[in-house]
Design a protein around this ligand. Structure first.
Ligand SMILES: [Zn+2]
Length: 373
């Protein structure tokens, strides 16, 4: 059997329930991928991720090429051997981080020259270099190298970045050799529907086994994103996975699944956890708030995660204010569990053809609880 396949097994409206098969296991979609920036999801152990049902992790090309270096990772068995996570991995192209983190970058047709934000050393990230790094890292899914302009960039800048992304996608595909790794193309084009459509059609002509939608977590209004997804839905092939990069809140995930998206990643659940913000079935909860000082209830009484089964809001608040490391772990566990559990519920509602109803109820509950549970 081919190590890779993707099948859409259920549909409800435009929402899709699918199955992605990779050399390191199967992934039911729609799926949320926890972000393991440097090869680890911050403050959380692989064991706990596995137990709470995480199936595929994202790791960042930019961070790992700078530290500890992709060749070292390759010598130690790639991401799977190096990190001990034996499920699927996806690596991003490094494009987004090089544009958002690196200092003194200079972009030309070859690629981006930049200085490491860690030690100031000089590097080049190009389609060929991104493929070399990602093949060394050995994730199950790699991404073509793209140019991701800021959300407020003028149209001509976005247009130039979009056509360069197509040229870089072709070079990425030509430089990609590993047969045990899928390479996805990335659709750019900002919030301009004609640019988005042109980008998607050019990538389709090159031909990829999956398509990502990039540049939609860079500060653009939500309505613009929804319109782009609706416009791309009939353009992208029905039988290939669609991955919306870097998005977003629980509401964003629900609304994007409703527009045909299959895969997501986002730092929000883990980053917000470290800052003391919890996502709950009743909306968001800021654990610093004085009202939780003596609150004996779990963070989310409706949640079955290890944190909600064992600790109170009062204890979590105390740990967070005392800068105890356990606070980050306990809250990251809860937020990730919340996201993964929401995706499970979403997949089930699609299978049962009850997604519209589930979506309405879920969004209403989240909106009602905006002041915190
Ligand atoms: Zn919980």
């Amino acid at each position: 059997m081919a190590p890779f396949s993707f099948d859409v097994l259920a549909r409800d409206g435009r929402a899709r329930g699918g199955l992605l098969r990779t050399p390191h296991g199967e992934v039911e979609t729609p799926v949320f991928m926890p972000v393991g920036t440097a090869g680890a999801v911050k403050a959380v152990l692989h064991r706990d991720l596995r137990e709470m049902g995480a199936r595929i992790l994202l790791a960042n090309t930019y961070h790992l090429m700078l530290r500890p270096g992709d060749e070292l990772v390759a010598r130690l068995g790639g991401l799977h051997g190096f990190t001990g996570w034996d499920g699927p991995f996806l690596t991003d192209s490094g494009g987004y981080q090089v544009f958002s983190l690196a200092a003194l970058r200079r972009l030309d047709e070859e690629g981006v020259r930049f200085q490491s934000h860690i030690d100031g050393t000089a590097h080049l990230l190009s389609p060929e270099r991104s493929m070399q790094v990602q093949q060394n890292l050995g994730a199950d899914v790699a991404m073509a190298f793209d140019e991701c302009p800021p959300g407020d960039a003028p149209r001509d800048v976005v247009a130039e970045a979009t056509s360069r992304t197509t040229r870089w996608a072709r070079r990425s595909r030509d430089a990609h050799r590993r047969e045990d790794q899928w390479l996805f193309g990335i659709v750019q084009g900002g919030i301009h529907l004609d640019l988005r459509e042109a980008s998607a059609r050019e990538l389709l002509a090159i031909g990829f086994p999956g398509y990502a939608i990039g540049g939609l977590s860079v500060g653009e209004p939500k309505e613009g994103r929804d319109r782009v997804l609706e416009h791309l839905d009939p353009v992208l092939p029905e039988d290939k996975p669609r991955y919306l990069m870097g998005v977003g809140t629980p509401e964003d995930l629900v609304d994007s699944v409703a527009r045909g998206v299959d895969m997501f990643d986002c730092v929000l659940p883990t980053r917000n956890a470290r800052n003391g913000q919890l996502f709950t079935s009743q909306g968001r909860l800021a654990i610093r708030n004085a009202r939780y000082k003596e609150d004996p209830r779990p963070p989310d009484p409706a949640c079955g995660c290890p944190t909600c089964r064992t600790v109170s809001r009062a204890y979590l608040r105390h740990l967070h204010l005392a800068n105890e490391m356990g606070a980050a772990t306990l809250m990251s566990l809860h937020n990730l569990f919340y996201y993964l559990d929401m995706m499970r519920a979403m997949r089930q509602s699609i299978r049962l053809c009850r997604f519209a109803e589930w979506r309405r109820d879920t969004l209403r509950r989240l909106a009602d609880g905006q002041d915190g549970p």
